[in-house]
Design a protein around this ligand. Structure first.
Ligand code: GEK
Length: 241
């Protein structure tokens, strides 16, 4: 049973910074579906890209795996090819639930690790996903993170990077932000929930522009970089080495 996210429905005197703790892990499936426009399509694309890029003998990595939705989306292709999967998250509460969810994957070897993705050694990778995870790293550490992904990918291997983005033009930024809030309202979040969640994420989820992402991805050695999906201020980028 999917538990409904009501974490910010109570009026708090002080909203603390967002953490991926036990409470969040218990409602995360509902939270991400009602908060990230196009999340279902992102998962479908993970499956499509896994079919295209996972190689037999190559590994698939899911960095910031949360409850394992992207890992599970790769599982069929991995089983078919005999590719191993590595799923990484540094939240013990997420990993505990993820371990249960991954039991449904058949015929595939999955190494689930509770570790910081900055410590993860990536090697022999043919496909890597970072779906809405890079945005939680300090900006100055993002280049090194993507460099280690690029270096760990076999030539022709691919990264799927999904992020919430911001826009240089203040009017466009305001328009997209307001449409995103409308999306959340349409999914049953109240004004109080939206505004408290926004405060909680303020110093935790730091967005960048699409141009900043493209420049960094090219800079660390990806040859082909393109947007494959966008809904409002959420994008998925395909970067091929
Ligand atoms: C999905 N990809 O459902 N090291 C490891 N994990 C981290 C780190 C870090 N340094 N920082 C954050 N995380 C998933 C959704 S959620 C996105 C990803 C969101 C983890 C954090 O614990 C959380 O589980 C995940 O990254 C981000 O396809 O909540 O917007």
């Amino acid at each position: 049973m999917i538990q409904r996210d009501q974490i910010y429905s109570e009026d708090y005197d002080l909203v603390e910074g967002f953490r991926f703790d036990k409470g969040v892990a218990s409602v995360f499936s509902d939270m991400i579906r009602r908060s990230v426009p196009g999340y279902g399509m992102v998962l479908s694309l993970v499956g499509v890209l896994a079919e295209r890029y996972l190689q037999s003998g190559g590994r698939g990595y899911d960095l910031g795996a949360s409850l394992g939705a992207s890992t599970l989306a790769m599982a069929a292709a991995a089983a078919e090819r005999g590719a191993a999967l590595v799923a990484v998250d540094n939240s013990p509460s997420m990993v505990e639930r993820c371990r249960e969810n991954l039991k449904t994957a058949q015929g595939v070897e999955i190494d689930l690790r509770c570790e910081d993705i900055r410590q993860t050694v990536i090697h022999s990778a043919s496909f890597v996903t970072m779906n809405f995870t890079l945005q939680f790293l300090p900006i100055e550490e993002r280049e090194q993170q993507l460099r280690s992904v690029a270096e760990g990918l076999q030539p022709g291997g691919a990264l799927m990077l999904s992020e919430k983005i911001r826009f240089e033009d203040p009017e466009q930024q305001q328009r997209m932000e307001s449409l995103h809030h409308a999306f959340k309202r349409a999914n049953g979040y109240s004004e109080l929930e939206i505004s408290q969640k926004r405060s909680a994420l303020e110093a935790v989820l730091i967005t960048e522009t699409l141009e900043q992402h493209f420049e960094r991805l090219h800079g660390v050695g990806f040859k082909q970089v393109e947007v494959i999906f966008q809904t409002l201020n959420f994008v998925s980028i395909l970067a091929v080495r």
